[in-house]
Ligand binder design. Structure first.
Ligand code: SF4
Length: 224
């Protein structure tokens, strides 16, 4: 959306309908489940508007939870009806903007591994067993603080790195301490020259600090 999206506030509700941008199967390209066959549930709307954001999440539709679960079930199966995708990634936009507790619980009951990708500024009491990946964002004056109630639930941090953007040249202490794994990932700026510089800087930061390099392998593979 490149910072053009409206800022959307968190919504309350019973979680029986959610604003869904898209549901699709792919390989998870980033972070702790990189390479896993996955089903992505991309939810609509975000409470931030980052200028580098290249994701469309504003043409969403209100979708019943039952329809979401049916879509996930279909996408989890191969042509022989065998379940081959066991990871569901709930992303956005900002997934914690919406009441996703029931969605997470229903997926866990069906024995999916459930991963949330959040910017760390919102909180919901999600069921135990949900993996939370926090990718902090910068407002120009520094990183938005990660919520104190979210922090103990974070399984990994993912920092985006850009050599040409002062806000994303370095990572900051947002409470990750030494116990939570930190991934660093080059920003995709849609420009080969900039992306090469971003990869070089990201690799250096990983090597110098003991962080883990995350590449968007779904893009390398030409997947959504
Ligand atoms: S928080 Fe994430 S989804 Fe929201 S605008 Fe920033 S990069 Fe895009």
């Amino acid at each position: 959306m490149h910072g053009t999206n409206p800022i959307r506030e968190p919504v309350q509700g019973d979680g029986l309908t959610l604003d869904v941008q898209s549901i699709f199967s792919t390989l998870q390209g980033e972070g702790i489940y990189s390479g896993w066959p996955a089903i992505f549930i991309r939810l609509g709307g975000c409470n931030l508007a980052c200028t580098f954001c290249d994701t469309e999440f504003e043409s969403f539709k209100s979708t019943p939870l039952t329809d979401i679960l049916n879509s996930v079930k279909k996408l989890s199966l191969n042509n022989d009806g065998k379940r081959i995708r066991n990871l569901v990634v709930i992303t956005g936009g900002e997934p914690l903007r919406q009441p996703i507790e029931k969605l997470c619980a229903a997926l866990l009951v069906k024995e999916f591994t459930v991963q949330i990708e959040t910017n760390g500024t919102l909180y919901r009491e999600l069921p135990e067993g949900v993996d939370i990946i926090c990718s902090p964002k910068n407002n120009g004056a520094g990183y938005f603080p990660v919520r104190g109630d979210l922090l103990p639930r974070v399984n990994a941090f993912k920092f985006i790195i850009s050599a040409g953007n002062d806000d994303y040249k370095n990572i900051a202490d947002v409470g990750q301490g030494s116990a939570i794994p930190v991934y660093v990932q080059p920003m995709d700026e849609g420009n080969a020259h900039k992306n090469a510089a971003n990869l070089k800087l990201t690799t250096n930061i990983a090597n110098d600090n003991g962080y883990r390099l995350s590449l968007q392998i779904h893009k390398i593979a030409g997947l959504e």
